[in-house]
Design a binder for this molecule. Structure first.
Ligand SMILES: *Cc1c(COP(=O)(O)O)cnc(C)c1O
Length: 374
């Protein structure tokens, strides 16, 4: 029995909806399934506007254009994140200023943000790591005080909540990923959520390559024209059809993931005092069971644990290499140490978690982890 780290879940309706798209001769974007997805997201996020994108990377790039980021501007974000969070702003000429992780969680330390804010700072980009909410009240208060935009990288945060508010709907904008490693997936896909009504007209234009084509289709203008900066951010109807099948089953998908996450958490809680750290979910956040990880005490312990699991045909994986330390950015970073993020870089390991994992498979992983620590 081989247990992979991830196995994308397929509901069974994807192929039926994709066939409909092909049969209907409307495969390009912004058709029926895109609109159906937008409707679903409006119900999930209860916000101003949602636009499907070809990836979360693209959604982040859209936010950088919408935020009017110019060369020389500064954008604050965690160092322990995926490269796309940073690239989106670097592409517009911004300087990215990194913040360390929290002691108790890989997410950005909200108390370390204010010290790097200056007159060049334009935006804060919190990343909801493992789908767990950042302390958004603290971040929103800083943004208000210093007149900054808040852009949530909620790539992992679908259907999760901060004090009852859906992640991605709290800042001025939010971005989601539907890459096949995420809870809801269509292979490659994303969403930009617009929560600040000042940004919504422009969002639709940037999404449509800088044209007012959407207004044209609605009959609001008599021809469509190049009116702003933009790119090809919208996915084809095939992607939207696949995503819609997943959205219809979101409750079932999330429930199944939560059962597995809780099984890990219950059975491994005995390790707390003798071995690795278990994931922390602060009171202000719910848990969408995106990821179950352990934080080993040393890099050697992690390497041995991964090896032990591998010998038992279980694939466990580490995660981000800190961006401030990367070959691309280390000579641009200001030299501040990021000790907590480094600790997660060196010691965090993610266990297999996917919808169709059987209880037996989860138990097998648990047994092998416990065996390692015996
Ligand atoms: C997955 C992920 C992304 C990128 O998502 P894509 O859809 O693959 O572009 C960005 N940020 C974070 C935090 C992610 O986990």
């Amino acid at each position: 029995m081989k247990i992979g780290f991830n196995k994308p879940y397929i509901t069974g309706k994807e192929t039926k909806y994709i066939k409909n798209v092909v049969k209907n001769d409307k495969i390009s974007g912004n058709g029926i399934y895109t609109k159906k997805c937008h409707e679903k997201f409006r119900n999930l996020l209860n916000n101003k506007q949602n636009l499907l994108t070809t990836s979360c990377t693209d959604a982040l790039e859209m936010t950088a254009i919408l935020a009017n980021i110019q060369p020389g501007d500064e954008v604050v974000m965690p160092t322990y994140t995926f490269v796309s969070t940073a690239n989106a702003f670097i592409l517009r000429g911004a300087k990215v200023v990194f913040v360390d992780s929290r002691e108790d969680h890989p997410g950005m330390n909200e108390d370390k943000i204010e010290e790097v804010i200056n007159e060049k700072t334009k935006a804060i980009v919190p990343v909801h790591y493992a789908g767990v909410a950042c302390d958004m009240d603290k971040i929103l208060a800083l943004a208000k005080k210093h007149h900054l935009l808040v852009i949530e990288d909620a790539a992992q945060g679908i259907d999760n909540f901060y004090k009852g508010k859906p992640l991605g709907s709290i800042g001025d904008m939010g971005c989601f990923s539907f890459h096949e490693t995420k809870n809801i997936q269509c292979g490659e896909g994303g969403l930009i959520a617009i929560n600040n009504s000042n940004l919504s007209n422009r969002a639709e234009i940037i999404w449509e390559k800088g044209t007012n084509r959407s207004a044209f289709w609605r009959g609001e203008v008599d021809k469509y024209n190049w009116v702003d900066l933009g790119s090809s951010f919208l996915p084809s109807e095939i992607t939207a059809a696949c995503l819609y099948a997943q959205l219809e089953e979101i409750e079932n998908i999330q429930n199944k993931r939560k059962v597995i996450w809780n099984q890990y958490n219950d059975e491994l809680s005995s390790l707390k005092n003798i071995g690795p750290g278990l994931p922390i979910v602060p009171k202000y956040s719910t848990n969408n069971a995106h990821m179950f990880y352990l934080v080993c005490r040393t890099p050697k312990e992690r390497a041995q644990l991964i090896e032990h699991l591998k010998l038992n045909n279980i694939n466990s994986v580490f995660h981000y290499i800190c961006l401030h330390d990367s070959p691309y950015y280390n000579n641009k970073h200001d030299g501040r140490e990021m000790l907590n993020a480094k600790r997660y870089e060196e010691n965090l390991v993610r266990l297999p978690l996917w919808v169709n994992m059987s209880e037996k498979q989860v138990m097998f992983v648990i047994q092998k982890v416990l065996e390692f620590y015996k």
